[in-house]
Design a protein around this ligand. Structure first.
Ligand SMILES: [Zn+2]
Ligand SMILES: [Zn+2]
Length: 209
């Protein structure tokens, strides 16, 4: 798997651009700075096939509609329990103090636990990880041992639950019951900050001991 992490917006949200050896690509959580992302995809001559979203917060979805317009590819995810966040994108723009984003909806909600999504050489398992938002999902690539899990689990920390419809117990359950059973050497690309592994967080994350 070829991967480039491109931090976007003033929240330094980790947008992930991944591609296989045939340049089939997906972009996960394009939260903003569409021109920069488009330029990078074109410079690498990637065949973008999908825009994947872990949850409906503006700093994760802000450039999705612009990328869809440019590359004519579908937006998949999150779970439909995050629909209220897409409905409130203009308000989120004001709350976060970020750029204006118009309301849009994904082409496909990913509601089925364990559903598989195939893009190029990759197969993602969809896990529902509520808590930070009710419709938060993770994209788990078992063969390449990499998990794109947004704002659920961070290097030495966990996601905030003080946003609308956040739930601290749900977040802990998502981590303990869905992420921690993954392999210890599974790399976790977090929505913000450095990457980590399941084993490392199981051992030393102060919020989960
Ligand atoms: Zn978030
Ligand atoms: Zn975030």
């Amino acid at each position: 798997m070829n991967i480039e992490i491109i931090p976007v917006t003033s929240f330094q949200q980790n947008c992930s651009l991944i591609w296989d050896d045939n340049k089939n690509a997906a972009i996960i959580d394009p939260g903003g700075e569409a021109p920069k992302l488009i330029k990078r995809i074109e410079a690498l001559e990637l065949n973008l096939q999908a825009i994947l979203l872990t949850h409906g917060h503006l700093d994760h979805v802000g450039a999705a509609a612009k990328l869809k317009a440019r590359f004519d590819v579908p937006i998949s995810g999150p779970h439909c329990a995050d629909e209220f966040l897409f409905d409130s994108l203009p308000q989120q723009s004001r709350q976060f103090g970020l750029f204006e984003v118009e309301r849009f909806l994904p082409d496909q909600w990913l509601n089925k636990e364990g559903e598989k999504l195939n893009i190029g050489a990759f197969e993602f398992e969809i896990l529902h990880l509520p808590g930070h938002t009710p419709g938060h999902i993770g994209f788990i690539e078992h063969k390449f041992k990499i998990a794109f899990s947004g704002d659920v689990l961070f290097h030495g920390s966990i996601g905030r639950t003080d946003f609308p419809q956040g739930n601290h117990q749900d977040l802990l359950d998502s981590i303990r019951n869905k992420l921690f059973p993954l392999q210890d050497d599974m790399v976790v690309i977090a929505g913000h900050g450095p990457y980590t592994t399941i084993g490392r967080e199981k051992q030393s994350n102060p919020y989960l001991s």
